[in-house]
Design a protein around this ligand. Structure first.
Ligand SMILES: [Zn+2]
Length: 53
């Protein structure tokens, strides 16, 4: 049987119930503004590339 580690919300650090998805949590517990800010932050960090000399 596969072990599913608990999912932690990246915004409020709540550990989600096993039968809930992060998407459910974001929709139910956070405003669109909070989620949008989080996604923008993810996009920002993903866009940072290591500098090669
Ligand atoms: Zn949360």
């Amino acid at each position: 049987m596969a072990f599913t580690p608990p999912v932690e919300c990246p915004i409020c650090r709540d550990v989600l119930e096993l039968d809930r998805t992060l998407e459910d949590h974001l929709v139910g517990n956070h405003s669109h503004g909070e989620v949008a800010r989080y996604l923008a932050y993810l996009h920002e960090t993903a866009g940072v590339k290591p500098v090669l000399d």
